[in-house]
Design a protein around this ligand. Structure first.
Ligand SMILES: Cc1cc2nc3c(=O)[nH]c(=O)nc-3n(C[C@H](O)[C@H](O)[C@H](O)COP(=O)(O)OP(=O)(O)OC[C@H]3O[C@@H](n4cnc5c(N)ncnc54)[C@H](O)[C@@H]3O)c2cc1C
Length: 430
């Protein structure tokens, strides 16, 4: 008798937790990811701004699952799922994997609201490659400003961030620190303190996931750092050297996109109901309606909490879903009824530059330095490995004590920036 086959798509928070939940189960697990590393997305903006190196926030999936003797890890990109034949197609149809149970945990990408042509000019922040592109953009902007004619320099020194959620706020909060401290003595033809940072938010306030008073505090903190925040500012066009809000043209050579999410396109290959962001409207036990052997987890799943609000796309929710998917598979194998998903809200956190943050944990609201220390502790705790924790702690200590950035290398001027990673640290991935 062959063992039941479980295929897991994605080695992010949800997929990894599902695989770990099946470690002792009498099944054959195959985890497929298009990258060989698990990525700690909450600290991506620190790679994008050269505080951390790629290897600080990544760990090889194969290594993380080395103790799962029932699990095979495959580096492959899934193209489609055929729920009728119970197979997954990967690597442009060259790989076909049959399954008895399927866990889909392929996450989300950023959305450009129907304007995908903006992506090359305004990179978003979801993957390691994205973070390296952003880092390339912002390091190159300072280099170009050093060479530019005075009338062109302003546009190189104006950084525009689109989207006032946690990612946009965290990026906007860290850039003044770099301009006003890290780069201060490095250039001869301009003063890095002339750097302008604009944060454009389409809605009436920042950080809608937070209580209004905490979001107002974040706004005040950002303004205190010199960030020019524009609310109700809907971007209508992005060009190589400008961004438009309505008819207003804002000259800039660096636009960073932190607005909107679109679920992984894999969901569309399932015969399943989707919401507007392309997430699968899952049944209470996280299965796909009509396909009880397929579970959808993490950012790809749309499910409401008890209070009627959507479970947010955050790491703790993904972990909790991955855990339940594994548990439900084990219950199905034991011919027990599956369990419903119950979200346990662990709270919200966002940093605003050096030493400032806001935090909401149940009824507890923190702001300022105490929230920042809390943020620091939580993020260190949740990094995937002890090695990540030590290296991040060292980089942070260096950066916070000296105001210097550990990862400021540009190794290729042309190209998409991925090659600008440069660091030999990249070698430690995988
Ligand atoms: C910049 C940023 C900051 C964030 N900050 C926070 C924070 O502070 N706190 C918090 O709780 N959450 C934060 N989040 C959200 C959190 O990271 C996500 O909710 C979480 O990563 C979702 O987990 P997941 O497993 O669903 O997807 P992911 O972690 O995105 O993993 C998806 C995996 O699937 C793989 N994959 C995708 N498509 C395919 C395919 N076709 N074939 C094979 N593999 C595929 C990907 O390579 C990836 O490894 C942040 C997210 C971002 C982008």
């Amino acid at each position: 008798m062959t063992k039941p086959r479980v295929v897991i798509i994605g080695g992010g928070f949800a997929g990894l937790t599902a695989a770990r939940g099946l470690r002792k189960a009498d099944v054959e697990v195959t985890l497929i990811d298009r990258t060989n590393h698990h990525l700690f997305q909450p600290l991506l903006y620190q790679v994008a701004t050269a505080v951390l190196a790629p290897s600080d926030i990544t760990s090889p999936i194969r290594w993380l699952l080395r103790k799962n003797t029932n699990t095979t890890v495959l580096l492959a990109e899934v193209d489609a799922i055929d729920p009728e034949k119970q197979v997954v197609h990967a690597d442009k149809g060259t790989l076909t994997l049959p399954y008895d149970y399927l866990v889909i945990a392929s996450g989300a990408r950023h959305a450009y609201f129907g304007h995908d042509e903006w992506e090359p000019m305004a990179p978003g922040l979801k993957s390691l490659e994205d973070a390296l592109k952003v880092r390339h953009r912002f390091l190159i902007a300072f280099e170009e400003a050093e060479k530019a004619a005075p009338e062109e320099r302003d546009s190189w020194l104006r950084f525009v961030i689109v989207g006032g959620g946690p990612t946009g706020v965290e990026l906007a909060g860290i850039l003044p620190d770099i301009a006003h401290h890290s780069m201060l003595d490095d250039f001869r033809n301009f003063d890095p303190r002339d750097t302008k940072i604009l944060l454009l938010e389409g809605g009436p306030r920042l950080l809608t996931a937070f209580e209004p008073d905490l979001a107002a505090r974040a706004l005040k903190d950002l303004q205190g750092l010199g960030v020019d925040v524009h609310l109700n500012a809907i971007v209508t066009r992005v060009e190589k050297d400008a961004v438009y809000v309505g008819d207003q043209r804002i000259p800039t050579r660096t636009v960073l996109w932190a607005a909107g999410n679109q679920a992984s396109p894999l969901a569309r290959t399932l015969d399943a109901p989707l919401d507007r962001a392309g997430r699968v409207l899952v049944a209470p036990d996280l299965s796909v309606p009509g396909h009880p052997h397929i579970f959808v987890t993490g950012d790809l799943a749309a499910i409401n909490q008890e209070n009627g609000e959507l479970v947010p796309g955050v790491a703790p929710a993904a972990n909790q879903m991955g855990k339940l998917a594994a548990k439900n598979i084990k219950r199905m194998l034991a011919e027990l009824p599956t369990l419903k998903f119950e979200y346990h809200d662990k709270g919200n956190l966002a940093t605003i530059g050096r030493y400032r943050a806001i935090a909401e944990i149940g009824p507890l609201k923190l702001r300022g330095q105490i929230a920042w220390w809390f943020w620091l502790f939580i993020h260190l705790m949740y990094l995937a490995t002890f090695r990540n924790r030590v290296s991040v702690l060292i980089e942070w200590a260096y950066s916070y004590l000296t105001y210097q950035r550990g990862s400021r290398l540009i190794t290729e001027r042309e190209g998409d920036g991925v090659s600008s990673a440069g660091e030999n640290k990249m070698g430690s991935i995988g």
